[in-house]
Design a protein around this ligand. Structure first.
Ligand SMILES: CC(C)(COP(=O)(O)OP(=O)(O)OC[C@H]1O[C@@H](n2cnc3c(N)ncnc32)[C@H](O)[C@@H]1OP(=O)(O)O)[C@@H](O)C(=O)NCCC(=O)NCCS
Length: 181
C-alpha cells in the first residue's frame, strides 16, 4: 500500500482494515494519556469500534474530505495524524494528531505534521492549515509553534472534554508564509 517516508524511521500510511488490531491495541494502551485531551476514548470499547473508525476514514478519503494516516515509527504503529476535514471552498485543512505516550519527545509528530503541511500546500493546493489545541495542552501547542504557525486567537469553551469545557487556541499557517520560511 501507499507509504510516505518522513525519514529513515517514520512513515505515514493511510489506515486500512488490516490495521484495526494494532490501532485498537495502541489506543487501549494509551487510554489515560489520550483521555486528557481527546474526547472520543469512551466511544472506542472494542476492535469493532476501531474498524468502524478506519472505515469512516476510508469513506472520508474517498469523498475527498481529508484523510487520516497512521504513523509508523521503526516499523510499529505509533500514532495517527491527518486532516480531520478539508474545506475546499476556502482551501483550509484542519490538522489533528495523537501519539503513543512512550514515544513522545523525539520529534515524531512535529516531523509528521511538517510533511503534511508541505503536502497540503504543494500537492493539495490549500491556502491555510489550521491547528486547534486545548489551551492547557502545552505539548500539542508546541507543535504548531515549532513549525512557525501564528497564534491567531482563543475560542472560549470550544470543546467538552468529559466533565469540563476547554478553550481552544487557534494556530494558522498560510501557503504564502510556508513558502517564504
Ligand atoms: C500532542 C502530542 C502528539 C505531542 O507529542 P510530542 O512527542 O511532544 O511531539 P513531537 O513528537 O513533535 O516531539 C517534540 C519533542 O521532541 C523533541 N525533539 C527531538 N528531536 C526533535 C526534532 N527533530 N524535531 C522536533 N522536536 C524534536 C522536542 O524538543 C520536543 O521535546 P520536549 O517536549 O522535551 O520539548 C502528544 O503529546 C499526544 O499525543 N498527546 C495526546 C493527544 C493530543 O493531545 N493530541 C492533540 C490534540 S489537539
Amino acid at each position: 500500500m501507499f507509504e510516505f517516508k518522513v525519514d529513515d524511521q517514520i512513515s505515514l500510511r493511510l489506515l486500512e482494515p488490516r490495521h484495526a488490531d494494532a490501532l485498537f491495541a495502541l489506543t487501549n494502551a494509551n487510554r489515560e494519556h489520550l483521555r486528557q485531551w481527546l474526547p472520543w476514548l469512551d466511544t472506542v470499547a472494542s476492535i469493532t469500534d476501531t474498524s468502524n473508525f478506519i472505515e469512516t476514514t476510508r469513506k472520508q478519503f474517498a469523498a475527498n474530505d481529508g484523510f487520516v494516516a497512521g504513523i509508523w515509527y521503526q516499523g510499529e504503529l505509533a500514532g495517527v495524524v491527518g486532516h480531520n476535514s478539508i474545506d475546499w471552498l476556502n482551501r483550509i485543512g484542519w490538522l489533528g494528531y495523537w501519539l503513543e505516550a512512550g514515544l513522545q519527545g523525539r520529534g515524531i509528530m512535529t516531523k509528521s505534521c511538517r510533511a503534511l503541511v508541505t503536502h497540503a500546500f504543494a500537492e493539495l493546493q490549500l491556502n491555510r492549515v489550521d491547528i486547534r489545541c486545548a489551551a492547557g495542552n502545552s505539548r500539542s501547542r508546541a507543535i504548531p509553534e515549532r513549525l512557525g504557525f501564528r497564534q491567531e486567537g482563543v475560542i472560549r469553551q470550544a470543546e467538552w472534554l468529559y466533565e469540563r469545557f476547554v478553550d481552544h487556541v487557534v494556530y494558522g499557517m498560510l501557503a504564502s508564509e510556508w513558502q517564504s520560511r
